[in-house]
Design a protein around this ligand. Sequence first.
Ligand SMILES: Nc1ncnc2c1ncn2[C@@H]1O[C@H](COP(=O)(O)OP(=O)(O)OP(=O)(O)O)[C@@H](O)[C@H]1O
Ligand SMILES: [Mg+2]
Length: 329
Amino acid sequence: MILAFDTSCDDTSVSCFLDKTTYSNVISSQNEIHKKYGGIMPEVAARKHIENIAYLTKEAMLRMNASLKDIDDIAVTVGPGLLPSLLVGVSFAKGLAYANKVPISPVNHIEGHIFAPFIEYDICFPFVALVISGGHTHIFLVKSVGGYVLLGKTLDDAVGEAFDKVARLLDAGYPGGPVIDRLSKTGNPDRYNIPKGMESKNTLNFSFSGTKTFVKNLVNNASYLSISDKADIAASFQKAAVDILWKRAYEACLQTGIKRLAVSGGVSANSRLREEFAKNAEECGIELFMPKKELTTDNALMIAFAASLKHSPTFNYSSIEANPRLRIY
Ligand SMILES: Nc1ncnc2c1ncn2[C@@H]1O[C@H](COP(=O)(O)OP(=O)(O)OP(=O)(O)O)[C@@H](O)[C@H]1O
Ligand SMILES: [Mg+2]
């Protein structure tokens, strides 16, 4: 049984994992706390992780009817993420592992996202992975567990960040992704022709700065925006973002000749994206894998699962360190 922790950003999550059908996964969201700042305050996030982590660990084990003596391996996100937040999970995991003489599996948070869809599905390598989150918009060729080739990435904002910034421009609420998703349901996605960034190039990289600046100018140049105007802007932005993501993901499948696409990270919760990707993938003969909605954003279950695939537990505790800029490529 693996006990896993993810404290990479603002959510505290602990999972107790036996196999794909037998696990617990508890998540404590900090959205209400960071709402008033309009973004994540790293110092505040870390303090909340400290308050929550022991209680959540008990809860995750209780739900599996497990005690510490049942734990064979402790998995923990060591990066990338916010350093103060990562340090809480890493220190807690190391302390627990040392006291209970259990090995530790260090996990890269992005590896967790990449394999999140496969908690439900079986993996067939190689596949193309599109990771779309608050900090990443990356396309990888995944050859094996541990074998990643970067095919493309954002040159400026991550797409989740763009959703968050557009929501802030519209004064629509926090966190931005779910707010834009909800607002878009009543909006006209065809009202504004929002630029999609680097359209002429056959690239696998992304750029969201033009898309975001277009929305900024729309908002700044308007003397008044009704709720319905805001919904139209949200829907038009969302449409543009989803179109960009599909275009690059499909291009990656074409360039690699691989017709298996895994999409994960918080933005893969987006309802338009899920519909459009499912429709487009079927039309183009691509096998599409997406995690359940609750496993799109940060969670410790994906960290436990990635650790179970990696099989790299160690008793060399001093080698386990938080690294906010950790890469997998
Ligand atoms: N329904 C949605 N539509 C669009 N974006 C969404 C939706 N739900 C969440 N998001 C976005 O997903 C992001 C959070 O995702 P996630 O928790 O995977 O990212 P992160 O952990 O902050 O970043 P990273 O994984 O890169 O370190 C936020 O930017 C949020 O706005
Ligand atoms: Mg994440």
